[in-house]
Ligand binder design. Structure first.
Ligand code: PRX
Length: 650
């Protein structure tokens, strides 16, 4: 049991000075509670509407929501044009740091010109509102320009993380039926160029041929294979296009993007987000949760645009709020482990948003590294992607936040589109490890299997996190699969009409919320969502593997590590470490290096229930070295003897 008295005492309130100057005070909660829809309408009016909305929420067709449905706006206009028109064209939008050490400062005026050129060229290619465009790029400015150009034209982008394999890209391109892929020749990784366009070519062989063109940004100058007529260089096309383009308004519910994320089956889900409600909530949360001040703060979110954090808190949230932000292409240890802190010092970063796994990595590298730098510009720290353990939380605040910066531990998901549960830095006395409170305008509950509220302080209770009211940036569905949308999120608590988040949670004695991690077959490795089924299907795709079971086992640095148990096919030769290395490589190739198992164990059998279900809980016990839980439902309890015998050799 957690000592709830300690929970209460170990809280970090903001200083009076911080609280007095903060964007959000206590009254924000009161305003939202008084009239939720009026509150969201007020937030939406922070944006520019070509045609103002008169309706706020339509929930008649639940769980398909419409927000601000009769309003019209242009998302890119809100992120770029209006700042230039307001006289801020010379403000830096992006301090871009390339991995090899090159850098570029891009002002809002410059960004506008680039977005307009791209919009003009995409129009010339015949792309029309509603068409899908896949973006498979490293963290270069053109990736952000591409996303904004799509938004400007009402094209639906589908950004695919550049670490994904050709087959993962193919699956996503085919599912979305993308007409265009935008990519780069290669990407810098630890001082060396690695091919990327080549992966697109490989993905398109055997795809469903929806793709008409591949638009290629030159980044590394490595040689690329070329298909005349299909492939186009960015510098010969977009760069030559006119920088004048007038943004047209689109319906608030016009699709903005699809982003694929792992579910409990092998097939990734295309999460669909639309325009007005999404932009409202990412803008509102970025402003209040990070206490962001345009023209004063220098903001840095270390995520990649391939994930939702990059969409909402590099592109749409910050740019809608006229942020000046750092965008960094490389890894935190290239050329050495000082890189992030050098960047913080160079630009005077004041808001820094990262994932717990990176905080734990910094801890491992030692505090003398950040201590060698002046980090006094930092005034707000953020965390996202997985629960942050209290030890890492305290280290983050003390070492990176000069023992004074508030930490906002932000809980949200690809599906929620924007932050849902988080402290407000000028209001909340935050507790290390707790996401604390739903934001003003958001409603969440922690309930048991039947939907009864769990009692405060009942830490061992099986609490599930649910969202009991629709919110503006909620997903509008799964691309092409309304049934899966209903069954994944809305079936579990159908009677109550609640959204099931898939996370376990508890409320402490003060009523503060702690997110405990996934309760389904989704793993969280370094803040990346990976489904057990996807990894299993990659393993079974190898000719030597007959059956595979994958679990996420706790890991000190990455949160969870992937542990696989495989049974070999009859004819397969068990070549020991060689085969294991080959299987790990197969998973990297099939999905991505981020899905590479930490351990693979070759076993004679897998533990199954009488109905044939693999007992993952028991495998997790084995993987984490625990005594086995209840084995009475197993068909053959002896299977563990066999696994244990194998384990003696691990
Ligand atoms: O399990 C929760 C965890 O990440 C999941 C969502 O993953 P994804 O859609 O990839 O989005 C990650 C970035 C928003 C959630 O279901 N998660 C995210 N943030 C937190 C978290 N778990 C605990 N605390 C958080 N702050």
């Amino acid at each position: 049991m957690t000592d709830n008295t300690a929970d209460h005492l170990d809280a970090y309130p903001p200083t009076a000075e911080f609280a007095a100057a903060a964007n959000a005070g206590e009254s924000l909660y009161d305003r939202a509670a008084a009239d939720r829809e009026a509150f969201w309408a007020e937030q939406a009016r922070r944006l520019h509407w070509h045609q103002p909305f008169t309706r706020v929420l339509d929930w008649d067709d639940a769980p398909f929501a419409q927000w601000f449905a009769d309003g019209k706006l242009n998302v890119a206009y809100n992120c770029v044009d209006r700042h230039v028109l307001d006289g801020h064209g010379e403000q830096v939008a992006i301090h871009w740091e390339g991995e090899p050490g090159d850098s570029r400062d891009i002002t809002y005026a410059h960004l506008l010109a680039e977005v307009c050129r791209a919009a003009n060229y995409l129009t010339e290619l015949g792309l029309k509102a509603g068409d899908r465009v896949a973006i498979y790029m490293p963290m270069v400015p053109e990736a952000i320009v591409s996303m904004l150009a799509c938004a400007r034209l009402g094209l639906t982008h589908s950004v695919v993380f550049a670490g994904f394999s050709p087959s993962a890209l193919r699956q996503r391109v085919d599912d979305a039926q993308a007409r265009l892929v935008i990519t780069t020749d290669g990407q810098w990784r630890r001082g060396k160029p690695a091919p990327l366009k080549e992966a697109v070519d490989e993905a398109l062989v055997g795809s469903e041929h929806s793709v008409e063109h591949v638009l290629v940004v030159r980044r590394t100058e490595i040689e690329v294979p070329w298909t005349d007529g299909r492939d186009l260089w960015w510098h010969e096309t977009v760069a030559e296009a006119s920088a004048d383009h007038e943004a047209q308004p689109f319906d608030a519910e016009h699709p903005l993007y699809i982003l694929y994320t792992s579910g409990t089956t092998g097939k990734p889900k295309g999460i669909l987000h639309t325009s007005g409600g999404y932009l409202t909530q990412v803008s509102y949360t970025h402003h209040n949760v990070f206490d962001h001040r345009a023209g004063q703060d220098v903001y840095w979110c270390t995520a990649d645009i391939g994930w939702v954090t990059g969409h909402s808190y590099i592109v749409y949230g910050p740019l809608s709020n006229r942020a000046t932000q750092v965008v960094y292409e490389g890894t935190p240890n290239s050329p050495d482990e000082h890189r992030h802190w050098q960047i913080v010092e160079k630009y005077g970063v004041s808001i820094y948003y990262t994932a717990p796994t990176l905080v734990r990595t910094f801890m491992k590298w030692g505090r003398e590294i950040p201590d060698a730098h002046d980090l006094s510009s930092i005034r707000v720290l953020g965390s996202v992607g997985e629960p942050i353990n209290p030890e890492a939380w305290r280290w983050y605040r003390e070492v990176i936040g000069s023992n004074s910066a508030p930490i906002v531990d932000t809980w949200w998901q690809t599906e929620t589109g924007a932050i849902m549960i988080s402290p407000l830095p000028g209001v909340t006395a935050a507790k290390p490890g707790a996401a604390m409170t739903p934001l003003p305008g958001i409603s969440a509950k922690v309930v048991d299997e039947e939907g009864n509220p769990v009692h405060l302080g009942e830490t061992e209770a099986n609490g599930y996190l649910v969202l009991d009211q629709p919110w503006p940036s909620m997903l509008r569905g799964i691309w092409g699969d309304p049934d899966r949308y209903r069954s994944t999120y809305w079936e579990r608590y159908a009677e109550q009409g609640w959204y099931f988040a898939g996370d376990g949670a508890k409320l402490d004695a003060d009523g503060d919320l702690w997110v405990l991690g996934r309760v389904d077959d989704v793993m969280n490795v370094s803040g990346h969502r990976i489904s057990t089924a996807e990894v299993e299907s990659a393993l079974v795709g190898h000719h030597s593997v007959a059956e595979a079971a994958v679990v996420g086992a706790s890991d000190d640095t990455t949160g969870q590590g992937i542990v696989a148990f495989v049974i070999l096919t009859a004819g397969a030769a068990d070549t020991g470490q060689d085969l294991i290395a080959e299987l790990k490589a197969e998973v990297s190739r099939e999905i991505s290096p981020i899905a590479r198992p930490r351990e693979i164990h070759i076993v004679p059998e897998l533990p199954k229930t009488r109905s044939g279900k693999i007992m993952r809980r028991l495998l997790r016990d084995v993987a984490e070295g625990r005594e086995l839980g209840d084995t009475s439902t197993l068909v053959d309890p002896n299977v563990f003897e066999a696994i244990r015998t194998q384990k003696a050799n691990w």
